[in-house]
Design a protein around this ligand. Sequence first.
Ligand SMILES: Cc1ncc(COP(=O)(O)O)c(C=O)c1O
Length: 407
Amino acid sequence: MDKSFPLSGFGSAALHAGHKKDPLYAHVTPIYASSTFVYDEAEQGMRRFSGEEDGYIYSRWGNPNFTEAEDKIAALEAFGLKDAGGNPLQLKAFLHASGMAALTTLMISSLKKGDKILSHYSLYSGLEELITRILPQFGVEPVIVDLRDLNKASEAIKANPELKMMYLETPANPTIQCVDLEELTKIAKANNLLVAVDNTFATPCLQQPFKYGVDFVFHSTTKFLNGHGTAIGGVLLGKDLERMNNQYKKTYRILGVNSNPFDAFLLTQGMKTLELRMERHCFNAMKVAEFLSTHSAISKVNYAGLASHPDHKTALKQMKHPGGMLSYEMKGGLQSGIDFMNKLKMCVRTVSLGTAESILCHPASMTHAGTPKLSREKYGITDGLIRMSVGLENIEDILNDLEQALN
Ligand SMILES: Cc1ncc(COP(=O)(O)O)c(C=O)c1O
């Protein structure tokens, strides 16, 4: 694309950003399945290793397919935003083998022995385990409070001078809790904390955390960014280019947490339709939430688009739309959750989220089957809780399938 043509729409950026003209004129960037890259002469190798000349060296360090996906995500997270000097915001992204790999780079690069990390209860279980079980082995302790209450954030910071980072996930599993990005970032920044946000559920199409001055955004690209359930992946984005190109790049390269050319290729193709897909996910999710909230077999619907959701106002403040994820509670508990899941005819019984198809998960009989009831209920995972990632099917078919399974 000619760089002198400014893109005014997010959907156009999703299609064109990050793409570079292929030397052999292929329309779509081919898959660069090569572990290493060659030099015309030894001096060129020297220039590449010293950073004097741009160019690929070894695919653990970088690959043209990673670059295209990284630059596209960076363009979307920064779309329409300005930096402190009023210039278009520039971000640096590193594409990882999984969301958890990207979180590992973030934590290892940012925290050291004696530091603490502030977060909230509603977190993806893998991240929760990382910060409550694994990081403490390296002398980094978690401080977990309900960050929907801003006073609790200030109190926790006052009581824990060792805090180095605030980590937020919004909206979050399983009850679609939302925390206030603007207010929490203000509090964190007044106390010199780094702020990192998991933007997996919202995607940059619905929410842009960098608008509020956060330092890092993280995605499990496995979900809505890929959009078709074809590849595991993760990305870490940062706005301090100096920090990203030095400390964070070094950690990324050493840990071996890189993506691979095929998964990066799939992600790039998926992201091209992000805006279109999110519009349909959101439209369908609102209809499903409205349908479920009047159904006699359901006791509660957790969808931030409903005025009854406790974080409805927060979601409206920072999201263009409350998204494609919701959860709900079946009146009959565990067995009714199992029966409902067994009766689904079109919607898919599986974990994960953000795919083109509607997928449903019953945590009490699936992901959390081995977790004691009391422990899981602390996190809102009741016996009858169903989580749904609302897909792109025609809404009539989604509602018909849910209805026949509920009745
Ligand atoms: C919100 C959220 N963050 C992070 C992750 C971890 O990502 P991955 O499974 O790609 O490692 C997940 C995975 O389900 C998730 O849902």
